[in-house]
Write a protein that binds this ligand. Structure first.
Ligand code: NAD
Length: 424
């Protein structure tokens, strides 16, 4: 089970989402009525989920599914199992999904779900029971054409497999009800690496725009989980030097470049599935507090929210920041980075590779036909590059940041479809 972040971020997801939306809405001149219509969620569901623990006790967990906007297609977004899950967080992340799916122009809206639980405290049997009971309480609002969840922090492909099974008991076999499934149950080739691949594609485009050559890239990646590990691996394969990586156990730095394959092999062999205890000639340990200031020119926060904040932003040496995680830069840190001319590629764009391949998975489930991995990867690249260029064009047109450009593209698309539907 992936590691869970215990600390509450410095600035809430909702505050960051609000600040980002309002800036874009100002740029496009959206009036207050439209701001309200776009921002307010379509539907919020809160459920209490009782669970008989294996030690004989009975516990009750709170779960959510928030459907933010479905104008462009079924709601889409992960299910998070974390002790930090609350309505505000789920609402903000659901809203981000509305803009992300619009930005990469896949036919989905935005949603998010979660249960306030630390899955590390549960046995596998308890986690399965919790997942099934949560789904049995929210299944009526899910469906391949209604709302399509995916894995998020603390959940994974196995959890998606239980959801397919549980949902199928009431609705018949419907693998398209979730994405991020195991390959054997209708998952897509290339899904596991997709978010990291999208991060890699954006990093290379951003570097090109800054006139940096791949061989001169010195990359630092915070978070060595699904997103960070694949981003590090793929950038390394492209010829960039990965000089620093970190995970929940701390960081590693080698100015001559870390051996990423060796670190992956080490991590996979450990019971704790972290880089704790890894050693190699030239690799030094770096503390969490010092990580953002390591000597690099590309920084990829791919772990937690608010990772780059008022306390550490002035130590950042990178010229390019690629947001692998959701909401990893606080608005104040973002402002200071922009002032210093650092190019920040926002989460909406940079980590949209996952939802893009989720769309491919959903399409394959409807077609009942599996695509080849090369096909998935090349279509992903086409969509990511198209989105990158759309954002850059909008940012140049309005003379705003890439973040504002991304929100502008997304908000314009959602508003256009809302108007076409003729609700007003
Ligand atoms: P994961 O659980 O696989 O990995 C998270 C990594 O972050 C782990 O290596 C963990 O040890 C590390 N970490 C936790 N706290 C840390 C800290 N304080 N400092 C450094 N490292 C720390 O999760 P993931 O799927 O890679 O997701 C990471 C982020 O990317 C989240 O914000 C998630 O919402 C976002 N995201 C993921 C996907 C996806 O497809 N997996 C898609 C879009 C966005």
């Amino acid at each position: 089970m992936p590691s869970i972040v215990q600390e509450r971020p410095k600035v809430s997801a909702y505050e960051i989402a609000t600040a980002n939306f309002q800036r874009a809405a100002d740029v496009v001149g959206l009036d207050d009525q439209w701001r309200t219509l776009i921002r307010r969620p379509f539907r919020e569901m809160k459920v209490e989920v009782p669970l008989h623990m294996e030690d004989g006790t009975l516990r009750t967990f709170t779960g959510y599914r928030i459907q933010h906007n479905g104008a462009r297609g079924p709601f889409k977004g992960g299910i998070r199992f974390s002790p930090l899950v609350d309505a505000d967080e789920v609402r903000a992340l659901a809203e981000m999904m509305t803009y992300k799916t619009a930005l990469v122009n896949v036919p989905f809206g935005g949603g998010k779900g979660g249960i306030n639980v630390d899955p590390r405290e549960l046995t596998t049997k308890e986690l399965e029971q919790l997942t099934r009971r949560y789904i049995s309480r929210i299944h009526l609002i899910l469906g391949p054409n209604r709302d399509v969840p995916a894995p998020d922090l603390g959940s994974n492909a196995q959890v998606m497999a239980w959801i397919v099974d549980q949902y199928g008991r009431q609705h018949g076999h419907s693998p398209a009800v979730v994405t991020g499934k195991p390959l054997a149950l209708g998952g897509s080739p290339g899904r596991e690496a997709a978010t990291g691949r999208g991060v890699m594609i954006c990093a290379l485009e951003g570097a090109k725009d800054l006139g940096m050559e791949i061989k001169d890239l010195r990359v630092a990646v915070q978070g060595f989980g699904n997103v960070g590990m694949w981003a590090a691996k793929l950038l390394n394969e492209q010829g960039a030097k990965v000089v620093a990586v970190s995970d929940v156990s701390g960081g590693l730095f080698n100015g001559d470049g870390l051996d990423i394959e060796d670190i992956c092999t080490y991590k996979d062999a450990q019971d704790h599935h972290t880089i704790e205890g890894y050693s190699a000639p030239g690799a030094e340990r770096v503390s969490h507090a010092d990580f953002m200031g390591v000597d690099c020119n590309v920084l990829i926060p791919a772990a937690i929210e608010s990772a780059i904040n008022e306390d550490n932003v002035d130590s950042v040496k990178a010229k390019l920041i690629v947001e692998g995680a959701n909401l990893p830069v606080t608005p104040e840190a973002d402002r200071r980075l922009n002032e210093r001319g650092v190019l920040v590629l926002p989460d909406l764009l940079a980590n949209a590779g996952g939802v893009t391949v989720s769309y491919f998975e959903w399409s394959q489930n409807f077609q009942q036909y599996r695509w080849e991995e090369d096909d998935v990867n090349s279509r992903l690249e086409t969509i990511m590059l198209r989105a990158y260029r759309a954002v850059r064009d909008r940012a140049q047109h309005y003379n705003v940041t890439m973040r504002e450009g991304a929100f502008v593209v997304a908000v314009e698309r959602v508003v256009e479809v809302e108007k076409l539907r003729g609700k007003l």
